[in-house]
Design a protein around this ligand. Structure first.
Ligand code: 16G
Ligand code: ZN
Length: 555
């Protein structure tokens, strides 16, 4: 076929370094940008195959999220805006690692296995973040995608409806892919449509928040010097004066994710550089592709207070549960977390809020999947990635109630608030911009300060460390990563160490994005959490083949 000849010709423009092996991990491919050109071209090819297979628009996002500026990455987005299925993750890895001469065979193999009709049209949306490497790497994706178009005429015919290419946050691309494949039922498949839908819902939500002062409408945003900053600027005109944003780390001078952004703030447990924080003021940080958000403030003693994904999940689920009660709706609501969730949050949710809590493995797809099992599934990773999913039944019941002419005012008001809440949320994936609007709306409606929100429960002090080992795959885990089954003796060692501390918990897991083993510990005091994290790191180092120097105590 002519297409295959073209593939051979074009792929020599995007040669694979011989011997380089990369894996499609939890967040797609991610490594130093200089190793990724061939991967991008091949993911362009794979996206067109996926599109032909599903007869739907597929997304390809070029970003390395919170990684340093030098890195880049790519992931595929399936028709409903969700992560691509495990089988196709496997194809992605196969295609990425085929040596130059084997590329055609690898492609034909996928076509055969999936019985793909090559004459089916393909539609792909390509998004990129602001990294300097993203421009050329996304061009390489396009080279792969455009092979599908036999002629330029055909390409231009397709351009307006079935093709998108540009700077977007990761969640914006997920959103547009979903809109495109649901014929606009989820919203209009444009960036403008995204702002309109979210901001209108936000304005509707906050218009009755009468006790909200101008001070409370102010929020400082750390854009991590990335795409999120650009997009917040773009959105501002849609918000009128309902939310006044001071934007820091907008990319005009600082380096992407460097000493700033959600990951830095969460892991370092301190404010980012490049932001002016006045005591008591509400601030938030996005990560480099704006799919994570964390909040924080400093108090009058200069003490830093972090409100992470767990605090966000608590705020949102409390709000939703109250609205359900007011609306008299019997819908099953649950919160989905990972092992990283602070023990205090889990206790609060289960014991005080009486909501169902589920724990899954790390990685958005696991949480998303678990959340789909409930009428309303609130999922958040402690690192600030999360959203809320509403089942079709839940959305219908809420709509019916909101439109019922015989309903009393209180129940109707609650149903309308629920409707607008649904519209402000990006259900396809965790979204810093959408989460920010939802959180700001909830605080405004409840007349709640960031301090009051923080006081809902007190986090247990915790510490995250990483240990380098020669092969992190020797660590195998079970029970949603809360227990290690190998190497032998490790879990027993952790159990013994945990017993030496009060209110303690610890677990280890191989990272899906870095060549390290991650260690998490929490305990009654920071000293205790720090020493437990160090002791467990030592156990990992000794039992799992640590390399380099032995982990040193933190104090
Ligand atoms: C990826 C995941 C994120 C997870 C993180 C863990 C997606 C889209 N992203 O960024 O959910 O928290 O990996 O990283 O799934 P780690 O395995 O290196 O700890
Ligand atoms: Zn991200």
């Amino acid at each position: 076929m002519a297409q295959f000849e073209e593939v051979s010709k074009q792929s020599s423009q995007h040669p694979k370094p011989a011997g380089l092996v990369l894996q499609y991990g939890t967040a797609g491919f991610r490594t130093n940008a200089k190793h990724l050109d061939h991967i991008m071209f091949r993911m362009g090819l794979l996206a067109t195959l996926r599109s032909k297979k599903t007869k739907a628009t597929i997304g390809v996002m070029v970003t390395a999220s919170h990684n340093p500026e030098e890195d880049n990455g790519v992931k595929l987005i399936d028709p409903m805006g969700e992560m691509v299925t495990p089988a196709w993750e496997g194809y992605a890895t196969q295609l990425a690692n085929a040596e130059q001469g084997d590329l055609l065979t690898a492609l034909k193999d996928i076509i055969e296995k999936e019985s793909i009709n090559m004459s089916q049209e393909a539609n792909v949306f390509v998004g990129k973040d602001t990294r300097s490497s993203s421009a050329s790497l996304s061009q390489a994706v396009l080279d792969g995608v455009l092979l599908n178009f036999d002629s330029f005429l055909n390409f231009f015919l397709h351009f307006s409806h079935h093709f998108y290419y540009g700077l977007v946050t990761t969640p914006q691309l997920h959103y547009m892919v979903c809109c495109q494949n649901t014929q606009g039922k989820y919203g209009e498949a444009t960036i403008e449509g995204y702002y309109r839908k979210l901001c209108q819902a936000f304005i509707q939500l906050t218009k009755n928040a009468s006790n909200c002062t101008d001070d409370q409408k102010h929020l400082s945003v750390d854009g991590a010097n990335g795409i999120g900053a650009l997009k917040v600027r773009e959105m501002e005109s849609h918000l009128r004066r309902e939310l006044q944003i001071s934007l820091f780390n907008d990319g005009s001078k600082g380096k992407l994710n460097h000493q700033c952004g959600a990951d830095f703030v969460k892991v370092q447990q301190k404010p980012p550089t490049g932001i002016n924080i006045n005591p008591g003021e509400r601030c938030c940080s996005f990560d480099g592709d704006a799919d994570r958000i964390v909040y924080y403030y400093t108090d009058s003693d200069g003490q830093f207070h972090l409100l992470d994904g767990d605090k966000i999940a608590t705020l949102i689920s409390t709000f939703l549960k109250e609205l359900l009660t007011q609306a008299g709706l019997d819908l099953k609501i649950a919160v989905v977390q990972t092992a990283y969730a602070n023990g205090s949050s889990t206790h609060y949710l289960e014991d005080t809020m009486k909501v169902i809590v589920r724990c899954t493995k790390t990685g958005v797809k696991h949480l998303h999947h678990a959340a789909q099992e409930f009428d309303i599934g609130v999922y958040f990773e402690a690192n600030g990635h999360g959203t809320v999913l509403f089942s079709k039944v839940a959305e219908e019941k809420i709509q019916q109630l909101a439109e019922d002419p015989n309903m009393n005012d209180e129940r109707k008001r609650a149903a309308r608030l629920l409707q607008n809440t649904i519209n402000v949320i990006n259900q396809t994936v965790g979204d810093a911009i959408s989460d920010m609007l939802l959180i700001e709306a909830i605080l405004a409606i409840r007349g709640m300060t960031v301090q009051q929100w923080d006081a809902i429960y007190s986090d247990l002090p915790n510490r995250q460390l990483k240990v380098k080992v020669s092969d992190r795959r020797v660590i195998d885990t079970t029970d949603a990563e809360r227990r290690a089954v190998s190497p032998a003796g490790l879990q027993e060692a952790i159990d013994t160490l945990v017993k030496k501390h009060r209110l303690a918990r610890s677990f280890v897991r191989p990272s899906g994005t870095e060549d390290v083993v991650r260690v998490y510990a929490e305990a009654e005091t920071q000293e205790s959490a720090d020493s437990l994290a160090h002791e467990v790191s030592l156990a990992v180092y000794r039992l799992a083949g640590g390399v380099g120097d032995e982990p040193k105590p933190l104090h």
